[in-house]
Design a protein. Structure first.
Length: 293
C-alpha cells in the first residue's frame, strides 16, 4: 500500500491520526507549545510541556470514562486539555465542562493537609462546526467565570476556549499574528500543495515536514488512511442527514402552503403548479389546522 490513492500532499488535521501526530507526540511538541502560546494572546507563556495520561476514570464507579485528545501541563503545572471536534454533539458544552473537572479533582493532595490551592486549567476545543450563527466574525470564544454585576473575571484559573473553524476565512495575505497563521494552517492544511510564503517561521517548517504524507512509513500510512476513511464516512453520514432534514423541511413547508390554499378553495391544478405536489397528494390533504399528513 502506498500514497498513490491520496491526492493531498499534507494530512487532514481533522482526522484523529493527524491531530495526534501533529500535537500529541513528544517529537512534535514544539508545535503544540507554539499553538498554545499563539492562542493565549501571543504571550510566550509556555516554555515546556509534559504530556499526561489522556484517559481518566471518574472517582465513582458510575462515572463514565473521560478520554481526551491531548492532555498536558506546562512548567508551572497548569493543565491543558486540547480537543478536535469534527462535528456538533449533543451537550458538547456540558461535555467540555465535565472533562475540565478531571484535571481539577486530580490536583487534590491525598493523605495530607491541603489548602485547596489549584493550578489553572485550560480547555481548548477546535470545532469543525458553528455553534453560534448570530455573528459570522466571532469565532474565538474565551470563557471564564464572571461576576454578572461587575462584568469582571471572578476566577481566572478556569478557561474554556472554543474555536469555530468554519468562520475563519482570512487568506494567506491577510495573516498578521501567529494566531492567524495557526488558524489558517488548521483550516487549510490538507488543501495546500506547498508551504505558503506567509508561514516562514521555523515552527511551520517543522509542521509541514511532519504533515507531508510522502514522509510516512508503511504503518503510518495505513493508520492515516484508516483515520481518513473514518473521517470521510462520518462526514458523509452528517451531510446526508443534513440534506434529508432540509428536504423534509421543504416538503413540510409545501404541504402547509397547499393546505392553506386548499382551505381557501383554490383549484387543485393551481395548487399543484404552485407547490409541485401531485393531485393525489392534494386530494388527500387534511385542511384542518391540526391535520397531519
Amino acid at each position: 500500500m502506498g500514497s498513490e490513492g491520496l491526492h493531498e500532499r499534507y494530512i487532514n488535521p481533522y482526522t484523529d491520526f493527524a491531530f495526534k501526530l501533529l500535537f500529541g507526540t513528544e517529537l512534535n511538541k514544539e508545535l503544540l507549545i507554539s499553538f498554545l502560546n499563539a492562542l493565549l494572546h501571543g504571550e510566550e507563556h509556555i516554555k515546556e510541556i509534559t504530556y499526561l495520561n489522556s484517559e481518566h476514570l471518574g472517582t465513582q464507579e458510575r462515572d463514565r470514562r473521560a478520554v481526551f485528545d491531548i492532555y498536558c501541563e506546562n512548567e508551572q503545572g497548569e493543565k491543558f486539555l486540547v480537543e478536535m471536534q469534527k462535528g456538533e454533539q449533543a451537550f458538547f458544552k456540558d461535555r467540555s465542562i465535565y472533562y475540565a473537572t478531571f484535571p481539577i479533582r486530580e490536583q487534590a493532595i491525598k493523605g495530607s493537609e491541603w489548602n485547596y490551592q489549584l493550578k489553572a486549567v485550560y480547555t481548548v476545543a477546535i470545532l469543525n462546526f458553528v455553534f453560534d450563527d448570530k455573528d459570522d466574525d466571532y469565532f474565538h470564544h474565551e470563557v471564564k467565570l464572571v461576576d454578572m454585576r461587575t462584568k469582571k473575571v471572578f476566577y481566572d484559573k478556569l478557561t474554556f476556549i472554543y474555536l469555530e473553524m468554519p468562520k475563519f476565512n482570512k487568506t494567506e495575505y491577510e495573516l498578521e499574528t501567529m494566531f492567524d497563521k495557526w488558524m489558517f494552517v488548521l483550516r487549510n492544511l490538507s488543501r495546500l500543495m506547498e508551504r505558503p510564503v506567509a508561514l516562514q517561521e521555523r515552527v511551520f517548517e517543522r509542521l509541514f515536514k511532519a504533515a507531508e504524507i510522502a514522509n510516512f512509513d508503511r504503518k503510518e500510512l495505513i493508520e492515516y488512511e484508516d483515520s481518513l476513511k473514518n473521517y470521510r464516512d462520518w462526514y458523509s453520514v452528517v451531510s446526508t442527514a443534513e440534506q434529508k432534514g432540509r428536504k423534509e423541511g421543504e416538503k413540510k413547508k409545501q404541504y402547509e402552503i397547499a393546505r392553506n390554499l386548499k382551505s381557501l378553495g383554490i383549484a387543485p391544478d393551481i395548487i399543484a403548479k404552485t407547490t409541485k405536489m401531485t393531485l393525489k397528494e392534494i386530494a388527500e390533504l387534511n385542511t384542518s389546522p391540526s391535520g397531519d399528513e
